[in-house]
Design a binder for this molecule. Structure first.
Ligand code: SAM
Length: 181
């Protein structure tokens, strides 16, 4: 085979993998800052043995932290690269599962704590589904974009408190709202 063809094929494959790394139908891949996760899960009072579920689990960092706190942790993610990477990062932990699936195909009915960080359209689509499928008492944490029709019982601002210029006035990247079903 021509070397130029091999190089072109390699570049194309690299671009596809690169795009696939950032793509997401209801939110692109933007990770939650690692130092905020521990604080957040503590404030949400996640307990050992509880079921934690993250819808759109990215590189698995939140699910892994929840598993380290002793929760039975599930991450649902549509990017197979991120799922493989998450499983690799979580090797050695046996209370953790990464599912390669569309979040809208899951029922999450056994969850005690659910975490989502999606764009407004994904959050809006999930709102009625979570209401229908989750058991009473389940806590839901939203990040940056929140439910329109539910009242949070707690709002947490782990950032410096400066609105995010990219998101617009009064939008704080990294504010977390907690709801209870
Ligand atoms: C903003 S990132 C958040 C990643 C992670 N939750 C975190 O906080 O670090 C959103 C993630 O949701 C995933 N995602 C978006 N729409 C999805 C869908 N319909 N089904 C499964 N995963 C989805 C994206 O692939 C991406 O990894």
């Amino acid at each position: 085979m021509e070397p130029t063809l091999i190089i072109a094929g390699g570049i194309l494959l690299g671009c596809l993998l690169g795009l696939s790394w950032f793509a997401g139908s209801d939110a692109p891949y933007v990770p939650t800052k690692i130092e905020r996760i521990k604080k957040l899960l503590k404030l949400a009072e996640l307990k050992r043995g509880q079921v934690f579920c993250e819808l759109g689990s990215g590189d698995g960092r939140v699910v892994i932290e929840a598993a380290k706190m002793g929760a039975i942790s599930y991450g649902v993610e549509q990017s197979w690269i991120r799922v493989l990477y998450s499983r690799w990062k979580a090797r050695g932990l046996n209370n953790i599962h990464f599912i390669h699936q569309d979040i809208f195909k899951q029922k999450f009915s056994s969850a005690d704590v659910v975490f989502i960080f999606l764009l407004p359209k994904g959050v809006a689509k999930l709102e009625p589904l979570l209401k229908k499928n989750l058991k009473k008492g389940t806590k839901i944490i939203t990040q940056t974009f929140h439910f329109k029709n539910w009242k949070p019982y707690k709002k947490i601002l782990i950032t410096e408190g400066k609105p995010n210029a990219l998101l617009g006035k009064n939008k704080y990247e990294g504010d977390f709202w907690l709801y209870r079903i």
